[in-house]
Design a protein around this ligand. Structure first.
Ligand code: NAD
Length: 254
């Protein structure tokens, strides 16, 4: 098993890619600290991992709040004894995030809090334990949108995800000498509920599909198996970098 004896904290793990990553990492031998604002689905995910023979603990938390994150990290460490993998996955993409003119200050702040401040907080409270352990792997979920402009703007989302790349590189440099790695993944459009509000018609869907050289939208497994590599010791000389996984969209001029 690729994650035997490791403990992984995965944010936003009640649904979507976070849930699938929790299930995959558990099958690969890791003990999982799940967290989400969606309590019922989080508890159900932990129970399904346990029913399959894995180790999992669900701690409800809004990862944009310092007190919640501190409690989450302390509860996880007191249950499993360590955090070897921090997978910053929780994120939102509200429909109210559009152009700079139309986006409200509240929407901007909310997206920055959930997508960017959450990762700052999770790193802030987890890194001291990783320093004591002299090792760890941090995985930040950014997005392909950080590399491209779009005529359908989502300004706060793109800026929040760009901030994650800056943080990724800075943490890699500061904590590399302590054996702590930090990398990012930049997914293209993946088939989860997150994008439903963008794809309101078949025409909207096809407009995006035509831009994808590999001819399909992404699957959850396209992302989480790369995260598994970053979480495992197989990537022990990989830090401060990112992988764009987007079916080739960001290489497509015409
Ligand atoms: P999702 O909506 O299915 O899952 C996100 C999870 O985060 C949900 O369970 C949600 O409840 C949780 N969450 C939201 N706010 C939270 C908070 N404040 N505290 C704790 N948990 C919170 O979305 P997904 O598609 O699985 O996305 C996962 C990550 O991947 C996000 O960061 C997203 O921005 C990123 N991403 C997704 C796509 C895509 O096409 N789906 C593309 C690029 C990047």
């Amino acid at each position: 098993m690729r994650l035997e004896n490791k403990v992984a904290l995965i944010t936003g793990s009640a649904r979507g890619m976070g849930r699938a990553a929790a299930e995959l990492f558990a099958r690969e031998g890791a003990s999982i600290i799940l967290t989400d604002i969606a309590e019922q689905e989080g508890v159900e995910t932990a129970q399904s991992i346990q029913a399959a023979g894995g180790k999992a603990l669900f701690v409800p938390a809004n990862v944009a709040r310092a007190a919640d994150v501190q409690h989450l990290v302390e509860t996880g460490v007191s249950t499993f004894g360590a955090i070897d993998i921090l997978y910053n996955n929780a994120g939102i993409m509200p429909a109210a995030d559009t152009s700079v003119i139309e986006t409200s200050e509240e929407t901007w702040d909310h997206i920055m809090d959930v997508n960017l401040k959450s990762t700052f907080l999770c790193c802030k409270y987890t890194l001291p334990y990783m320093q004591q352990q002299k090792g760890g792997s941090i995985i930040n979920i950014s997005s392909m949108v950080v590399f491209l402009g779009s005529t359908v703007p989502q300004e706060a989302y793109g800026v929040s995800k760009s901030g994650l790349l800056a943080l990724t590189k800075s943490l890699a440099v500061q904590y590399g000498p302590m054996g702590i790695r930090c990398n990012a993944i930049c997914p293209g459009p993946i088939n989860t509920g997150l994008l439903d509000h963008l794809w309101t018609s078949e025409e909207e869907r096809n407009r995006r599909l035509q831009r994808i050289p590999l001819g399909r939208f992404g699957l959850i497994n396209d992302i989480i198996y790369f995260a598994l590599y970053l979480a495992s010791d197989e990537s022990s000389w990989t830090t401060g970098t990112w992988m764009t996984i987007d079916g080739g969209i960001s290489s497509n001029y015409f």
